[in-house]
Design a protein. Sequence first.
Length: 154
Amino acid sequence: MMTAMVEPGELYRRHADELVRYATALVGPDDAADVVVDAVMASLQSPGWSDVRNQRAYLYRAVLHRAASMRRSDARRAARELRVAVPASVPPAGSSVDAQRALAGLSHQQRAVVFLTYWDDQTPAQIAALLGVGEGTVRKQLARAREQLRRTLQ
């Protein structure tokens, strides 16, 4: 699907809501808007942006990559803080695992596929086109995500 070039502000207005919903599934509500803004700005500044045929799909992939980058950065920061922190208390044994924590344990691609499948009602073909992967990859990631969620939530 070819998308006509649009003015950056219009492009953002056109896709912001859906991208923020998507980013929320990847990084949570506190960071979703920042991830989207960073991804859109980086996309618009990319030297190849003018050659992008499907801007919407490109933006979805940019959000996925920015979310993964943010998560890696947060993990590195948390590890540094943990090395110097003194634990205030030990969490109680047998604490229950909720769905949000279970989803957080999935890879970014698995969370993206779960979100687009269950919250955005997209087919594997549509998801594959958005993420720039094959349908088989989408189906495999969804199956792995379901299995991991099943194990985590039991």
